[in-house]
Design a protein around this ligand. Structure first.
Ligand code: UDP
Ligand code: MG
Length: 311
């Protein structure tokens, strides 16, 4: 059977939300009369989430589930969902009803207009946690400034992508996943729809600060070389300043008013010179690491949209 749509739902301790989500999502997809599957990925929940999903799946053959052996984190859970999904289009949605399921229909029709990815962009977000909200906002802006691909602002993983896009992402074997960045990197025609992000319906967020921090780091290290480059840049600056200071110390030694304590010049010269050289060499090592990193990420060198050559 050819499935038209797969909906991936990562689950971490969502027993209070699963039934509500199911009841809201189901009519939405039923309404547009396509064949679909709901792919629940249980990411090592400690509550009764998987039991609930299994129970639902008994009466509904559109429900598929993957039960991971432990908590691997949201990005990995979604990646597992991508590997197991069979649809011609694939949606990713949070289980806590922060992403309104009704938007799937809008995004689906948009995708059919000829896009490979339609993401949902947050016009506003209701979040009880002001600190988290501010952290997200800052992070997206920082990342946009320093990354070498254009990652859309205020966008999570709520989106629909085509099979073509999903296959590209599946063949990017990097282990520290930052899906929204990888999808932006992949290119093709992409667009967005805007929405107001709701508050979590029930339960506790599965994204702790620690997990968010890891996500932010994966985003930055995966899509920017700036942190590594800082060593190179500061190396050059310090080295240049040290040359000036060396010249100054030599000048004061030979032409100064004789006030300089004994040994100051040689001390100054060696400290400055060594400091400058050290930062500069760190920077050079950094450059090599950034190239090694590029290689081990093993992203495809390019992605062809279309060609009339068969090889
Ligand atoms: N989630 C997951 N594994 C985790 C953390 C979260 O699968 O380790 C799921 C969670 O069940 C939800 C989605 O990822 O469906 C988003 O998580 P959350 O609501 O905690 O993130 P936030 O909305 O705070 O960014
Ligand atoms: Mg949430």
């Amino acid at each position: 059977m050819n499935l038209e749509l797969s909906i991936i739902i990562p689950i971490y301790n969502e027993e209070l939300n699963i039934t509500n989500l199911y009841n809201r999502l189901k009519p939405v997809v039923e309404k547009f009369g396509i064949t679909y599957e709901l792919v629940f990925v249980n990411d090592g929940s400690k509550d009764k989430s998987i039991e609930l999903i299994e129970e639902l799946s008994k009466n509904d053959s559109t429900i598929k589930y993957i039960d991971l052996s432990r908590n691997f984190g949201h990005q990995v859970a979604v990646s597992a969902g991508l590997d197991y999904s069979k649809g011609a289009a694939i949606a990713i949605i949070d289980a806590d009803l922060q992403d309104p399921p009704e938007l799937i229909e809008v995004m689906y029709h948009k995708l059919k207009e000829g896009y490979e990815n339609v993401y949902a962009k947050r016009k506003s977000r209701k979040d009880k946690n002001v600190l988290k909200k501010a952290a997200y906002k800052t992070f997206y802006r920082l990342l946009a400034k320093i990354s070498h691909v254009q990652i859309p602002l205020d966008t999570g993983d709520y989106r629909i992508m085509s099979r073509k896009m999903a296959n590209v992402i599946k063949h990017m074997p990097e282990r520290n996943k930052f899906l929204r960045g990888q999808i932006a990197w992949a290119g093709f025609k992409q667009t967005f729809v805007e929405y107001d992000r709701e508050e979590r319906a029930a339960g506790e967020p599965g994204y702790t600060y620690k997990k968010l921090f890891k996500l932010a780091f994966d985003g930055i290290t995966g899509f920017s070389d700036l942190p590594l480059r800082i060593a190179t840049y500061s190396g050059f600056v310090v080295f240049f300043i040290s040359l000036l200071l060396i010249a100054y110390s030599l000048y004061s030694y030979f032409f100064g008013d004789g006030q300089i304590p004994k040994g100051w010049t040689s001390l100054m010269i060696s400290v400055m010179f060594l400091g400058g050289i050290q930062l500069l060499s760190l920077g050079i090592i950094g450059e090599y690491i950034s190239r090694i990193q590029n290689d081990i990420r093993q992203r495809p060198l390019y992605i062809v949209k279309e060609t009339n050559i068969t090889i």
